[in-house]
Design a protein around this ligand. Structure first.
Ligand code: AP5
Length: 208
């Protein structure tokens, strides 16, 4: 299966991606995680670090190059799940080209729909365990004792609002792009993690 998860910041893409990848035995490719890892390794250009800090999108060619290289790795042979990529129609067209070069195509694109007030609460109270990479929420999914928690710098409320605005302007064309290709599955992202998990699996025709 080659899948894409789309949705605004804090929608629950990373949370649901973990369930899907575990069930399907495929790797999760999160461009946000890849960019944060590049930043931590001192390999991300300062202008791109600054852009992420204010909730802007990096240039299409930068993220496309990262993904094009990643999907060629052997663990992607059985499939993969893209989380947070593509975010623009040029990225989506670039992905199609990369996949076509390997005689591959996407199977489906799941889009999580969530109202803005919930997105802000989800992102601002998110914490990530540095050691395991697990995603927690101070209210809805509290971390266990002993977790080494990180608060993403772009999860400050003002930056989250800017990221949501960026999503609305930059990603607006993406859903019609995939709907026109018959790939889009819209999923109501409001509800518990388990409820949303059930809807995502059902929308993609995946059994438990
Ligand atoms: P990225 O890391 O992709 O961030 P994002 O898209 O803004 O998404 P998030 O990681 O914030 O949220 P999520 O949907 O994964 O939610 P999560 O599952 O964690 O990108 C960061 C930056 O990198 C971008 O701003 C940009 O600068 C750059 N970038 C990345 N990709 C790019 C691209 N393709 N092009 C250009 N630039 C790019 O859940 C959030 C919280 O809610 C958690 O605490 C979780 O526990 C909780 N939660 C989840 N589901 C539920 C539920 N059902 N009920 C209650 N709580 C829930």
């Amino acid at each position: 299966m080659r899948l894409v998860l789309v949705g605004p910041p804090g929608a629950g893409k990373g949370t649901q991606a973990a369930f899907l990848c575990e069930r399907l035995g495929i790797p999760q490719i999160s461009t946000g995680d890849m960019l944060r890892a590049a930043k931590a390794a001192g390999e991300l250009a300062q202008e791109h670090v600054d852009l992420m800090a204010v909730g802007g999108l990096l240039p299409d060619e930068v993220v496309l190059a990262l993904v094009a290289k990643r999907v060629e790795e052997p663990d992607c042979a059985p499939g993969f799940l893209l989380d947070g990529f593509p975010r623009t129609t040029p990225q989506a067209a670039g992905l199609d080209t990369v996949l076509a070069q390997h005689d591959l195509a996407l199977n489906a694109v799941a889009a999580l729909d969530i109202p803005e007030d919930l997105l802000i609460e989800r992102a601002v109270l998110r914490r990530i365990d540095k050691r395991t990479g697990r995603i927690y929420h101070l209210k809805y999914n509290p971390p266990p004792a002993g977790a080494e928690l990180e608060h993403r710098p772009d999860d400050r409320e003002d930056v989250v609002r800017d990221r949501i605005a960026t999503y609305r302007t930059m990603t607006a064309d993406l859903l019609p792009f995939y709907a026109a290709r018959g790939l889009l599955r819209r999923v109501d992202g409001v509800g518990s993690v388990e409820e949303v998990r059930g809807r995502v699996f059902a929308a993609l025709g995946i059994t438990d």
